[in-house]
Ligand binder design. Structure first.
Ligand SMILES: Nc1ncnc2c1ncn2[C@@H]1O[C@H](COP(=O)(O)OP(=O)(O)OP(=O)(O)O)[C@@H](O)[C@H]1O
Length: 349
């Protein structure tokens, strides 16, 4: 069984506490994405799992085996990093064969495994080329094929698509998802790209300042963010947050409140009307950005700016008055002081 278990891992560099007690489990064959803003400690955590760095406190397990202080080679995992280091003086074949040759496998086995990995990544025709004769995306595939050829039980990937252009990222994203599932590899994948995370992950662990804030199914993290940080980090554009007094909150949510609340509503959960409808509140259009099937509209309501995605069929112009409704199942409430979500049990006062 190839699960990865991280228990109470802490790490400081000098006086900077980079990891503040991280617990994380990547289940057997799971694709877990570690998502968070730049500098939150994602790479450090990955390097600790890889054995390139040791934690100050805490333990790391691969399967049932504790590996906290084992060198990288003894861990039996493979890694793909951002700068897809392929060896320029080796052909694609030899690049993919690298790890296999290190293990002194017979030539027949090397050929077989290189063929399998190249097939999986659809680079079978490129085996005799050198990296300089490849596109960025092809080179990246070589790096992934090299990692897969050794048939690791666990694969660690650190922003492997970040050097590629948008179209290629999109294509490789789907391919990686497919082939890692096909090969049944347990994957810990680091990114700060929330679209990549949503699209690829079985589960997402959202990290902030050295801590994991929420680890859940992608849609659960999206629909039910544990706090305003997660709601504001996931989604493009992110969740709107409206700070409302008891009166406005009662109008918007249709029940009475006795104190200020922080209302989170995603742009697609705001309904925008060109004419007054019962139960809607007034707003004013500030900016309209046509995006094809829908338009992204920046509005002002309750004295605050918010964004809504509106079907292109509704003509809207800046300055226009509109009426807004928030679908009740799309509304989340947060504590205005702490930013933490109010659960259904401890309903807002
Ligand atoms: N070897 C090191 N020595 C000192 N500080 C370090 C070292 N490695 C990382 N850091 C610091 O630790 C913090 C976390 O870095 P890390 O690379 O883990 O973040 P990250 O979330 O992967 O960021 P990014 O998305 O930008 O790669 C940063 O403030 C970084 O400057």
């Amino acid at each position: 069984m190839a699960r990865v278990l991280v228990e109470g891992v802490e790490k400081s560099f000098g006086r900077t506490r980079v990891l503040k007690g991280v617990d994380l489990e990547v289940q057997d064959r799971e694709f877990l994405v570690l998502l968070g803003p730049s500098g939150c400690g994602k790479t450090t955590l990955l390097r600790i799992v890889a054995g390139l760095e040791w934690p100050d406190r805490g333990r790391v397990f691969l399967g049932e085996r504790e590996v906290t202080h084992l060198p990288p080679r003894a861990r039996g995992l493979a890694m793909v990093f951002q700068n897809y280091a392929v060896f320029p003086h080796l052909t694609v074949f030899e690049n993919i064969a690298f790890g296999l040759r290190m293990r002194r496998l017979p030539e027949r086995v090397v050929r077989e495994k290189v063929g399998w990995a190249a097939e999986l990544l659809r680079i079978g025709e490129l085996l005799s080329r050198y990296p300089a004769q490849l596109s960025g995306g092809q080179r990246q595939r070589v790096a992934v094929a090299r990692a897969l050829a050794v048939e690791p039980e666990v694969l660690l990937m650190d922003e492997p698509l970040s050097n590629l252009d948008a179209l290629l990222r999109l294509e490789l994203r789907a391919e990686l998802k497919r082939l890692l599932k096909e090969a049944g590899i347990t994957t810990l994948y680091v990114t700060h790209d929330q679209v990549e995370a949503m699209g690829m992950a079985d589960r997402i662990a959202v990290m902030r300042e050295g801590e994991i804030v929420q680890c859940d199914l992608p849609l659960e993290v999206y629909r039910n963010p544990r706090d305003t940080f997660v709601g504001g980090f996931l989604g493009n554009p992110p969740m709107n947050f409206l700070r409302l007094g008891p009166g406005a909150a009662s109008t918007l949510l249709g029940r009475s409140f006795s104190c200020e609340v922080l209302v989170g509503v995603r742009p697609e959960d705001l309904e925008v009307y060109g004419a007054e409808v019962p139960g809607a509140f007034p707003g004013r259009v500030l900016v309209v950005e046509p995006l094809g099937p829908h338009q992204l509209v920046t509005l002002e309501a309750f004295g605050q700016a918010l964004k809504a995605t509106v079907p292109s069929s509704l003509p809207l112009r800046p300055g226009e008055e509109v009426w807004l409704k928030a679908s009740p199942e799309g509304v989340r409430l947060f504590d205005p002081q702490t930013g933490r979500a109010w659960s259904e049990v401890e309903r807002a006062p």
